[in-house]
Design a protein around this ligand. Structure first.
Ligand code: GBH
Length: 617
């Protein structure tokens, strides 16, 4: 069999989040209000009536979160900065909040210390409330562009020495359409007076978009002029956009698919990358589409170093309907023959269709001709929120989604020649899913909102394993050394699953060797560390043996998480000693291990202990 090509070492992969969806602590350390604070507290605005006051509590739990990212062995983390933590009132003449700067600075330092590349979004929908109240926020071109640029500049100044990947805006389509057209996201403006007392869905979204594009382009100019020469980073915008397949082969539906793409993607991507608006938009909107002056066009065209892609699904496009935000095209997942496109997610707008991801990557590459950074891609399993944790973490549909997505990513790169530089599954954690509240879970890590404990789902393990197998590793790389991930049933370590892959020995916990002998699963990438074999053993005694190792290293599984215990117990070189120790800590009957003599016991254990402790710290 021919060797499969591997993703290059500098391919960036990791998980993504956004400030308002995870941070909570909305009135802590001088943070100002964002437009999502009160909006999410307004009855009727979120499906479950819940708000962002606590979310995943990550403003307080950020160290634990980064420790988990590190344990996952990922290479990058995409997160966003809350504008109102940096400048609580938002504006260019308003005071800067040192505590806000310190928070993100500490996060960045901690990530870098863990070998994780920070990928930073400046704006993921949480506009300072004051700017909305003061002058209409994104509706006010003369003010918002300057205020956004001022905020961006402070971020470049404060973090740019360490952050080399910047995203100006997340999904401007959503900001404009959902916030000012449909009125379902903050600030909730639209023409429907049952929903909002103010707003005009026929004009405001197009104005807001115009101002978003100018704000983005102006911030990029500042970065390129003032910071890039010394800081040497990349900066760009990230756009949502799903693939569109014609409902059938009729000419009007073939045209409809392109028209849908023109509004879903071309509305922003054509100006930013090509320097014009799609014809379909000009025809559809006439003078409601604000044009740019020649100077503005010069600023906007070419204002992104790369193509930032957030994509989730594919729509079947049918000509007709009056939804301008879809280009007057109807969307469906039901084919003409009555079959469904793919597996239905928890949210109505999302079904699986990995072929669409590959097609979209090809379309964007051919049309915009820039390297693609996939900055979001993910799936919410239907009904996951009503399952017990042990069931929810077996997220089969999400694993299948990512199996398809990674295959499409791989084929787009190596069969189609698309230049793709990053992949960020959404999301690192279940979190505040905007108007859906907390009932829709997109995480690869389950969050138990009662305890704020995190539990890796199967999808996290699938992705970690996929990238370990499909990406070139650093020479002599040892990550992830420790393949054990926290488990939801810590009291029973025998059910503790190890991530599969070359550095792990999963089989050890699943079945004995052919001669009925269990092998200790402790293994590093460069070889087996422990040579203990446990004859006549049942699963439990292997697990206890493994726990014994952990204790010797100074680690323990506590509340399902691998933690450092205050000090490592003295290294026991005599394998037999552990049987007694295990007994003391657990009522489970322990079969006496019949250890194979460990010749090098004295040499590996202390060194190994240090390595393992460093990993968990
Ligand atoms: C992303 O948006 C967001 O960046 C992220 O914050 C969010 O958590 C994640 O997706 C999961 O939703 O039915 O007409 O109201 C995804 C792009 C575009 C998907 C709009 C939902 C619904 C359109 N979104 N779409 S509509």
């Amino acid at each position: 069999m021919a060797m499969q090509k591997k993703l290059p070492r500098d391919f960036i992969w990791g998980f993504a989040t956004a400030s308002f969806q995870i941070e909570g602590s909305v009135d802590v350390d001088g943070r100002g209000k964002s437009i999502w604070d009160d909006f999410s507290r307004t009855p009727g605005k979120t499906l479950d009536g819940k708000n962002g006051d606590v979310a995943t509590d990550s403003y307080r739990l950020w160290r634990e979160d980064i420790a988990l990212l590190k344990q996952y062995g990922i290479r990058a983390y995409r997160f966003s900065i809350a504008w109102s933590r940096i400048i609580p009132l938002g504006g260019r003449n308003d005071p800067v909040n040192p505590k806000g700067i310190k928070f993100y600075s500490d996060v960045i330092d901690e990530l870098l210390k863990a070998g994780i590349t920070p990928f930073v979004t400046l704006y993921h929908w949480d506009l300072p409330q004051e700017l909305h109240d003061r002058y209409g926020g994104w509706l006010n071109k003369d003010e918002i562009v300057q205020d956004y640029v001022n905020y961006a500049r402070i971020c470049f100044q404060s973090f740019g020495d360490r952050v080399k990947h910047w995203l100006t805006l997340n999904e401007p389509w959503c900001v404009a359409v959902l916030g000012y057209g449909r009125g379902v996201f903050a600030p909730g403006r639209c023409s429907d007076r049952n929903r909002s007392q103010e707003g005009d869905s026929s004009t405001e979204p197009w104005i807001v978009a115009h101002n978003l594009i100018l704000s983005h382009a102006s911030a990029v100019k500042v970065y390129r002029d003032e910071f890039k020469p010394t800081q040497q980073g990349q900066i760009g915008i990230t756009l949502n956009g799903d693939w569109e397949v014609p409902y059938d082969n009729s000419p009007e539906n073939i045209a409809a698919a392109q028209q849908a793409l023109d509004v879903a993607i071309g509305w922003y991507a054509d100006p930013v990358y090509l320097g014009f608006y799609p014809d379909h938009m000009k025809k559809m909107l006439g003078n409601r589409l604000p044009d740019f002056t020649p100077e503005e066009w010069a600023l906007v065209k070419g204002s992104s170093d790369f193509y930032g892609m957030n994509t989730y699904t594919t729509n079947l496009a049918k000509a007709g309907g009056s939804d301008e935000f879809q280009g007057n095209v109807d969307y469906t997942f039901t084919r003409a023959d009555g079959t469904e496109l793919g597996t239905q997610a928890h949210c109505s707008w999302l079904q699986t269709y990995p072929e669409g991801f590959r097609a979209l990557l090809n379309y964007v590459w051919k049309r915009y001709k820039l390297p693609i950074y996939v900055t979001e891609n993910g799936f919410a399993v239907k009904g996951e929120d009503s399952l017990p944790i042990e069931e929810a973490i077996k997220d089969h549909d999400r694993v299948e989604y990512f199996r398809g997505a990674t295959e499409s990513l791989y084929k787009a790169m190596y069969e189609d020649g698309v230049d793709i530089r990053s992949y960020f599954p959404w999301s690192f954690l279940d979190n505040f899913e905007w108007a859906d509240g907390y009932g829709t879970r997109f995480g690869v890590t389950y969050v138990d909102y009662k305890t704020q404990k995190r539990y890796p789902k199967e999808s996290a393990k699938f992705l970690i394993k996929w990238f370990r197998e499909h990406q070139e590793q650093e020479p002599g790389s040892t990550t992830p050394l420790l393949s054990a991930l926290p488990s939801p049933t810590p009291e029973n370590l025998s059910t503790h699953t190890l991530a599969e892959g070359p550095s792990a020995t999963t089989t050890a916990f699943h079945s004995p060797a052919s001669n009925g002998v269990w092998k200790c699963p402790l293994k590093l990438e460069n070889g087996r560390v422990c040579h203990h074999e446990i004859a006549n053993g049942e699963k439990g005694s292997v697990a206890e043996h493994f726990e014994w190792h952990l204790r010797n290293i100074g680690l323990a599984v506590r509340n399902g998480e691998l933690t450092l215990i205050e000090s490592a117990s003295p290294v026991k070189e005599v394998p037999a000693a552990h049987a007694t120790e295990s007994k003391a800590s657990t009522p489970r009957a322990v079969n006496k291990a019949s250890p194979v003599a460990e010749k090098k016991a004295g040499t590996w254990s202390s060194k190994f202990r240090d390595t393992m402790r460093k990993l968990v710290m």
